[in-house]
Design a protein around this ligand. Structure first.
Ligand code: OMP
Length: 245
């Protein structure tokens, strides 16, 4: 998958309802955004529902696999046949698991004659801060754990990481510019933070080098989701050059 062909803003379709998801995608038709389908929708509607909602549009299938290498490889192989642009696993699953996931994405896509999805590692969830790390046996600061996991993911052949925008400069310094960074925890200035702890504005995240932004509630819960998406895109300035289809 050529990541340059994906829109920079991926809207998180977080609902169990096929009707609500379809209505949201419909409202955003013609707006330069892609879609991220996660555990909430997938658990209710499965892959068939995903395809009904996104149609032929590129999508990030965010299932955050975290299990033993053989199980994760089987899951990644299975979903890679269904043409996601991006799939993800938890970096905390370890090196062997990530290497297995990278190989399985290739195998699953090849067997289906599909393009290989980008395989991305979740580092430290954006709902956690320094104080939360100790409780799960990890050493703060968050940025050091994120960079440790990003280096590990890169050494295992993964294409990039999910992180907050606060860690982007450190990841760029450690992993270089061609390593993809997918950034949730996006909030327009003054927006409701809700359960997110490491939040940054869309424009700041792009200025700091994010490859893609994942935006959920600031768009999906807005009174006018289409206008909210357009406002976020406008705040990002000129679109980056996109690869021809
Ligand atoms: O992998 C993700 O997409 C993800 C990782 C992470 O660390 N934090 C995070 O919020 N996400 C996802 O990004 C989306 C953020 O949604 P909002 O907080 O509503 O913008 C949700 O769908 C989360 O599942």
């Amino acid at each position: 998958m050529d990541s340059a062909a994906l829109p920079r803003v991926l809207v998180a379709v977080d609902t169990p309802s096929l009707e609500e998801a379809g209505a949201l995608v419909g409202k955003l038709r013609g707006v330069d955004v892609g879609f991220k389908i996660g555990l909430e929708f997938f658990s209710a509607q499965g892959l068939a529902g995903v395809h009904r909602v996104v149609g032929g549009a590129p999508f990030f299938l965010d299932l955050k696999f975290h299990d033993i290498p053989n199980t994760v490889a089987g899951a990644v192989r299975a979903v890679s046949a269904s043409r996601p642009a991006i799939v993800n696993v938890h970096a905390a699953g370890g090196a062997e698991m990530m290497r297995a996931a990278a190989a399985a994405a290739r195998e699953g896509a090849d067997a289906a004659g599909a393009p290989r999805p980008l395989v991305i590692a979740v580092t430290v969830l954006t709902s956690l801060d320094d104080a939360d790390l100790g409780a799960v046996g990890q050493q703060p600061p968050v940025v050091e754990q994120v960079v440790r996991l990003a280096r590990l993911a890169q050494s295992c052949g993964l294409d990039g990481v999910v992180c907050s925008a606060k860690e982007l400069p450190a990841i760029r310094a450690a992993c270089g510019d061609s390593f993809a960074t997918i950034v949730p925890g996006i909030r327009p200035a003054g927006g409701d933070v809700a359960d997110q702890k490491r939040v940054v504005t869309p424009a700041q995240a792009i200025a700091d080098g994010a490859s893609f932004l994942v935006v959920g509630r600031p768009i999906t819960q807005a009174s006018d989701p289409r206008q909210a998406a357009l406002d976020i895109l406008a705040s990002l300035g000129a679109p980056r050059a996109r690869a021809p289809p």
